[in-house]
Design a protein around this ligand. Structure first.
Ligand code: IYR
Length: 245
């Protein structure tokens, strides 16, 4: 059945407009965009520069304090992560927030076992590029930091009958959501470490996650240790990471 013709108030919204401009948006399931905010160009530039400067302050840290962090802060950061765009809006991510010392201990043990194997067998060129970061198989922060957030990708979904639902662009979607999470945690004033034990299937077992979920990474979250030191790294300038044409 056809919808009634849309009422156009604007002089630009003539009846010959393409479908995608007007009539499609009058269909059920669409609502007006009420959340967008336009800023004057000078304010836009200030906001862009302020945000870039804030993100420039973010550093990955590998020494954490055991100071407690309110769970509400983590929840709000996860809310921000959940705003990420995703393939077909399937939101194929699941975050497990770990604060239980027993579970942290089990994860540390499994991760260190996995990493010991990695560091004793990884190709020399891989170990060479890791050397400036000062990493090794010891991961004490997995117990010290107040939170570990395990990131899982839903490789496929399951409907109420247990049938598989194909998920699209899962890696891209989870990557974007995790990026939002890291930005939100940093913005809140927390330090993070993205940790990718290799392999990390043990996270499914310890955290009792279903077979349709694949562990992607762990994010260690907390205050930096007072004596924290970070490698003296430089970031590529915009001119090196972009091309304008
Ligand atoms: N997963 C190991 C090794 C490691 C690999 C990369 I690529 C890094 O950027 C950092 C570490 C570890 O966590 O030590």
């Amino acid at each position: 059945m056809n919808n009634p013709p849309a009422q156009h108030d604007s002089p630009h919204a003539a009846s010959h407009q393409p479908r995608s401009d007007q009539s499609e948006l009058d269909q059920p399931g669409f609502v007006p965009l009420t959340t967008y905010r336009e800023y004057p160009p000078d304010e836009m530039l200030t906001r862009a520069r302020t945000f870039a400067a804030e993100m420039q302050r973010r550093r990955t840290v590998r020494q954490f304090s055991d100071r407690a962090v309110s769970c509400e802060i983590i929840e709000s950061c996860l809310e921000a992560a959940g705003t990420a765009p995703s393939g077909a809006h399937q939101q194929p991510w699941h975050y497990v927030v770990i604060s239980d010392p027993e579970v942290k201990r089990a994860i540390r043990h499994a991760a260190e076992t996995s990493e010991a194997e990695f560091y004793s067998s990884a190709p020399a060129d891989w170990l060479a590029v890791l050397a400036p970061l000062g990493t090794d198989a010891h991961k004490p922060y997995l117990e010290t930091a107040p939170y570990l957030i395990a990131v899982f990708a839903e490789r496929y979904g399951l409907d109420s009958a247990g049938e598989r639902i194909t998920h699209y662009y899962v890696s891209e979607s989870v990557g974007i959501s995790t990026g939002f999470l890291l930005a939100a945690l940093h913005h809140a004033g927390l330090a993070t470490l993205t940790h990718t034990p290799n392999p990390m299937g043990f996270l499914n077992q310890i955290l009792e996650r279903p077979a349709n979920e694949r562990a992607v990474m762990m994010i260690v979250v907390g205050y930096p240790a007072s004596e924290v030191r970070v490698p003296d790294l430089q970031r590529k300038p915009v001119s090196a990471i972009s091309t304008f044409r």
